[in-house]
Design a protein around this ligand. Structure first.
Ligand code: NIG
Ligand code: FE
Length: 417
């Protein structure tokens, strides 16, 4: 006989609900006072969505006659919503371990980029790689992310630049969405670098006239479905005007705007993102005060990336910006673990433990337009859950590395992944 419910997690020492009352995101005060239940249980239905969450006694009484496909005793353990990684570049061939040494010896990101390394190097190798090769390494990376508790991840293209390789990357992402359990929000990032021999204006024209119409057609055919559009808005890459044209054209075919801005130089990207209704702007190391205010007003999330940059989150949090976190996994920032990202956010960006957790769950889900289904443990949301073997939740961030030992279960739609 089939069971009525898919999963029961019983008696957790602490259950990190994160936020209540269908909040779409948390601002500073909410991030500092997360909803946490002591001695709590959670039920996921056969449809993969959360049916009940609350004090263990109450759930026991309510469900005493019900059957569950899986029951996990969480005595001595803590339960979290699956982590959401708001920014990654995970499809590529050819690592850049040598650049790590160059940077330690004093080279800047732009020095390496302009000498033909950086993104251009990865573009060459990704262009030469087969679909199968790309899929294999991508799958391994996603598996490692999942083991570290990520259940929803934003994945960008952007190491093709030319249409055929961009589409190859997006197909690889599409295949992973079909074959793997981990949730994916896919991003077309064809404007990640200006191809050799072209100006930013010419590259933007090509994207607007050729790439985006092709994406629109492939979506209509049901072949490739893309959620977001990204541009590297940076001095010497895509200027503000070209970025704006590309983003507007992306918006016109239904993509969410989610782009790299104000990273290495102040570009007024945040102001523009707010004006265009962007879901999120990433990096923001060089954001202006006006940009911060504009983002707060427009409810545009700031995706901070502690593996790449060390900026302080305080100004943004104080100004009422929806702060999220991402690993920025890419050949220049080799980190697949959101618990490590949260740790770095605390130590280097001066976030509190609870701010970091909110930024890596509900707010990251918001930045991807998914906070109605992800990012907190509430009835009606997807049953994506992480169980750790510690009786205080802060161990998740306090322990740096070694998460294979700490994370006991990663669960997607109520099934152990
Ligand atoms: O977010 N800034 C641009 N994009 C990436 C780096 C990509 C790369 O270097 O391959 C980032 O850090
Ligand atoms: Fe990035």
């Amino acid at each position: 006989m089939s069971c009525k419910f898919r999963l029961l997690l019983e008696n957790a020492e602490q259950m990190l609900i994160v936020c209540r009352k269908e909040e779409e995101f948390l601002l500073r005060d909410g991030m500092q006072q997360l909803a946490v239940l002591e001695k709590a249980s959670l039920v996921v239905g056969n449809d993969g969505f959360i049916k009940a969450v609350g004090p263990a006694d109450l759930i026991r009484n309510q469900f005493s006659n019900e059957s569950f496909e899986t029951k996990i005793d969480c005595m001595g353990k803590c339960v979290f919503p699956g982590f959401v990684d708001a920014h990654t570049h995970p499809v590529w061939a050819g690592d850049r371990v040598n650049e790590f040494a160059m940077k330690l010896a004093g080279a800047t990101y732009m020095d390496i980029h302009q000498a033909g390394g950086g993104i251009n190097y990865t573009v060459e190798h990704t262009t030469a790689a087969s679909d199968e090769e790309l899929f294999r390494s991508f799958k391994q990376r996603l598996t490692r992310m999942l083991r570290a508790g990520t259940t929803l991840v934003e994945c960008k293209s952007g190491y093709g630049l030319k249409l055929d390789t961009e589409l190859k990357m997006l197909r690889v992402i599409e295949r992973a969405q079909k074959e793997l359990d981990i949730g994916i929000s896919s991003t077309y990032c064809g404007a990640h670098s200006v191809p050799k021999g072209k100006s930013a204006v010419e590259a933007a024209d090509d994207i607007i006239c050729n790439h985006l119409p092709a994406l629109k057609q492939l979506a209509l055919n049901g072949e490739i479905h893309v959620d977001n559009i990204d541009v590297f808005c940076e001095r010497g890459v895509f200027d503000l005007e070209s970025t704006k044209r590309i983003l507007q054209a992306g918006k016109a075919i239904g993509l969410h705007l989610n782009f790299h801005g104000d990273e290495l130089s102040p570009m007024n990207s945040a102001e523009m993102g707010a004006l265009l209704g962007a879901h999120a702007v990433s990096h923001l190391e060089e954001v202006s005060d006006e940009g911060i205010t504009a983002m707060a007003k427009a409810k545009c999330s700031a995706v901070l990336l502690p593996t790449t940059a060390y900026i302080l989150s305080k100004d943004m949090l104080d100004a009422g910006v929806i702060v999220s976190l991402g690993s920025d996994f890419n050949p220049n920032a080799y980190c697949l673990s959101m618990p490590m990202v949260m740790h770095l956010a605390c130590v280097n960006m001066k976030m509190s433990l609870s701010e970091a957790l909110a930024a890596a769950t509900i707010n990251a889900a918001y930045s991807l337009g998914r906070s109605h289904t992800h990012g907190s443990l509430e009835v009606g949301k997807q049953g994506d859950v992480v169980v750790i073997n510690a009786s205080r939740w802060e161990h998740l961030i306090y322990q740096f590395g070694g998460h294979q030992e700490l994370i006991e279960y990663v669960i997607i739609k109520g099934k152990i992944a």
